[in-house]
Design a protein around this ligand. Structure first.
Ligand SMILES: Nc1ncnc2c1ncn2[C@@H]1O[C@H](COP(=O)(O)OP(=O)(O)OP(=O)(O)O)[C@@H](O)[C@H]1O
Ligand SMILES: CC(C)(CO)[C@@H](O)C(=O)[O-]
Ligand code: BAL
Length: 277
């Protein structure tokens, strides 16, 4: 049985009856297979699974898509039911922020200023603020996040470590469409032509990741991105697996953000640098 609730009082009541580990999957709704994979991992792991659905105003900039972000609660609840979720918590803005925007918020620190943070000032502080609140409200033992939002996942791990939050964070590999496009709620903004153009993001990352030295990896990915006029690259970056400088040898990450029409998309892949050819 999946309960759909909207208030923190109902959530507290439901959580108090959970016997065993509590898992949470936090989302902004418009659920797709990527979200469902997080739910499946949570279901495998814990006795009590909560999915939160909340489009968090704090993490959107003034010129971003907060107002037009897809809101599809009925279909989302169906997806949660199909995955055997125990509770869907879909609070209103007032329920999450009684009294308006909080005056005390998280500071995402230097890792929050690079890559996505450089293009979306304040985004990660707003994101961490709501993640922290949802961890407290759900009293989760374990929380699942997608690698599609790799910097978000890294920041959440960092927050949990730096502030001793005592919750386990599990990262889940990116779920892709059959042609390689990373699943994302924002894909539904794309026209058919934009959808075709957007494919170069995953193609570029895949080509790049086939190289073992940083220069060739970046050059291969850049070439593919440059050949698609419908895509305006915001950044293409090769980093260490912790988003620090790329190592000469060992695990690394290739990340891209780009605008396709009016839609901003992100993607990333793991790669290993310096391995024997
Ligand atoms: N393709 C995917 N594979 C795995 N996890 C995903 C995928 N897409 C989203 N997630 C994860 O689902 C959780 C909720 O993300 P969110 O609701 O923002 O979905 P989204 O598709 O990333 O939306 P958006 O299009 O706004 O970026 C996050 O932990 C996110 O990383
Ligand atoms: C983690 C999250 C639900 C916080 O609003 C959001 O950033 C998202 O959907 O990835
Ligand atoms: N998918 C990460 C949340 C955001 O883009 O605001």
């Amino acid at each position: 049985m999946t309960y759909v609730i909207h208030t923190r009082a109902e959530l507290a009541e439901d959580v108090s009856h959970a016997n065993g580990e509590v898992a949470v999957v936090m989302t902004m709704g418009a659920l797709h297979e990527g979200h469902r994979q997080l739910m499946r991992e949570a279901r495998k792991r814990a006795k009590f699974v909560i999915v939160t659905i909340f489009v968090n105003p704090l993490q959107f900039g003034p010129n971003e898509d907060f107002d037009k972000y897809p809101r599809t609660l009925e279909a989302d609840v169906e997806a949660c039911r199909a995955e055997g979720v125990d509770v869907v918590f879909a609070p209103s803005r007032d329920e999450m922020y009684p009294g308006g925007a909080p005056s005390i918020t998280m500071n995402a620190g230097p890792l929050g200023e690079i890559l996505e943070g450089a293009s979306r000032p304040g985004h990660f502080s707003g994101m961490l603020t709501v993640v922290q609140k949802l961890l407290m409200l759900t009293r989760a033992d374990v929380a699942f996040f997608g690698e599609k939002d790799f910097q978000q996942l890294a920041l959440i791990r960092r927050m949990v470590r730096d502030l001793e939050l005592g919750v386990e964070i599990v990262g889940v590999p990116t779920v892709r469409e059959p042609d390689g496009l990373a699943m994302s709620s924002r894909n539904r903004y794309l026209s058919a032509g934009e959808r075709r153009a957007a494919l170069v993001l995953s193609q570029a990352l895949r080509e790049g990741a086939a190289h073992a030295d940083a220069e060739s990896a970046l050059a291969a990915a850049t070439k593919i991105l440059e050949d698609e006029p419908g895509v305006r690259v915001d950044y293409l970056s090769l980093t260490g697996a912790d988003l620090g400088p790329a190592p000469a040898d060992g695990p690394a990450r290739l990340l891209v953000a780009a605008r396709v029409g009016a839609t901003r998309l992100i993607d990333n892949v793991p790669l290993t640098l310096g391995r024997a050819a």
